[in-house]
Design a protein around this ligand. Structure first.
Ligand code: ATP
Length: 249
């Protein structure tokens, strides 16, 4: 039975962006299923980060289409895309160091629109329960009162993932989430990602091949703005084209 393109959570087709004539992303197509963890790998400058910028509306596409649950994202503004359920984590954590772990999660809860406004609203059961629930997923249930600035680098990364999770995105995009983490933290991050895929899709850009093996359902290898290879990790790592341009180095 063939799968219709409309069945995918995310369908990227013919996506192209040109910076002064240079096509950083060049006629790119790929499809992501619900519940899938897709990892994008490829050499420096392949266009990986630009793809996430295009999906979240930070960069305008020159041509092509990005359909998320059937809706065209290329015509939407960044905040509309967030509102449609796409969450993006950048490489550097953007947490509030002076606020506690609890408060960082609380201000990210969808009804709190500003730091001031959200701290003033009554902490009702619903918010507290959700914060505690997320804190457990991100291994910070025992650090709720700690100022975020005192967390380890890895814990800060988890907190930021938690701040996205509390907004219940249907698609979560992470750019090199384990950069700078210890081996133990990488293992726990893999466990975390494997736990959060129920009803949602995750796209991760990553260079750490052990981590990719631990999380990827499918891997898309990019090179010069295009898909060089795609499939299971097993298939991709044995693809001579991938070995030549990326893994062989
Ligand atoms: N706003 C921009 N203006 C001009 N060129 C850009 C812009 N953004 C990205 N590029 C160029 O597009 C290419 C792809 O960059 P991108 O950051 O997407 O690659 P990447 O695969 O994420 O690389 P890395 O692994 O190093 O992060 C690079 O040559 C980069 O210099």
């Amino acid at each position: 039975m063939s799968t219709k393109h409309e069945d995918f959570v995310l369908a990227v087709e013919g996506l192209t962006v040109s910076f002064d004539g240079f096509k950083a992303v060049n006629d790119l197509s790929f499809y992501v299923d619900e519940g899938e963890i897709r990892v994008i790998i490829g050499p420096n400058g392949a266009g990986k980060t630009t793809v996430l910028d295009l999906i979240c509306g930070r960069t305008q596409a020159t041509s092509g289409s990005i359909k998320f649950r059937g809706e065209e994202l290329t015509r939407m503004k960044e905040h509309q895309i967030v509102h449609h359920g796409v969450g993006r984590k950048f490489q550097n954590p953007s947490i509030y160091d002076d606020l506690s772990v609890f408060e960082n999660l609380e201000i990210s809860y969808p009804r709190g629109r500003s730091v001031f406004g959200s701290l003033m609203f009554k902490r009702d059961r619903e918010v507290i329960e959700e914060v505690e629930n997320i804190a457990e997923i991100i291994f910070l249930q025992n650090d709720l009162d700690k100022p975020a600035g005192l967390l380890s680098h890895g814990q800060k990364q988890w907190l930021e993932i938690g701040m996205l999770l509390i907004q219940k995105p249907d698609l979560l995009m992470l750019d090199e989430p384990v950069a700078g983490m210890s081996v133990a933290e990488r293992k726990k991050t893999a466990e975390l990602l494997n736990r959060i895929t129920q009803g949602r899709s995750v796209i991760v850009i990553e260079h750490d091949m052990q981590f990719v093996e631990d999380i990827a359902h499918r891997v898309t290898v990019m090179h010069q703005g295009k898909v060089l290879s795609e499939g299971s990790m097993e298939r991709v790592k044995n693809d001579p084209k991938v070995i030549e341009v990326y893994l062989g180095h």
